[in-house]
Design a protein around this ligand. Structure first.
Ligand code: HEC
Length: 155
């Protein structure tokens, strides 16, 4: 360690430019590594699932009985199961979540529409809007590959 330090000091004294460049290269490498850690850092179960639970599950859960009536998931879309999320619904099969492509993913696109739009989710007056922060998280999750970790959801 001592040797290395004196080597550095020498560089600094006699090659100030070289020292600067090394620092710049180090800073660049650091920036790249933190950026990729952040991109891949969205945890579906901790950060995305609560949004879906709170704002989408009511209408996009596994078929269930409600007051003696069978309630089917709206649009044939279940958001309470990992495979079903990737499978999508009736109108946009396989395009509910397209890994790596937020712009092609209807789960995100419908959230981002203004409430008055007929395709907006939740539908107008039928639930809390998904906030900009929440949308940003979903976007990041899709961009970074839409991984579910160990979560499989309701069978
Ligand atoms: C109050 C009920 C309700 C809630 C809450 C709701 N949806 Fe929907 N959703 C619907 C209905 C009804 C449809 C069927 C489309 C239609 O017929 O208008 C639908 C369809 C969809 C579709 C299209 C599926 C397909 O492929 O046909 C997507 C995507 C979607 N919803 C996403 C969401 C997301 C994401 C949330 C939560 C942010 C959400 N929905 C919350 C009622 C709801």
């Amino acid at each position: 360690m001592l040797d290395q330090k004196s080597h550095c000091d020498l560089n600094y004294k006699y090659h100030p430019m070289k020292n600067k460049l090394t620092l710049a290269a180090f800073a660049a490498a650091f920036a790249v590594s933190t950026a990729s850690a952040q991109d891949g850092g969205v945890d579906f179960e901790k950060q995305i699932l609560p949004i879906l639970k709170q704002k989408c599950f009511k209408c996009h859960e596994k078929e269930k009985e409600d007051n003696g009536k069978i309630k089917k998931p709206k649009g044939g879309l279940r958001l309470d199961n990992a495979e079903a999320i990737m499978k999508g619904g009736k109108e946009y099969p396989a395009e509910n979540v397209v890994a790596g492509k937020p712009d092609a993913s209807w789960m995100l696109k419908t959230m981002a529409l203004p409430e008055s739009d007929e395709f907006a989710m939740p539908p107008e007056g039928k639930g809390d809007r998904v906030t900009a922060e929440e949308q940003a998280l979903v976007k990041k999750w899709i961009e970074s590959g839409a991984a579910f970790g160990a979560w499989k959801g309701v069978e």
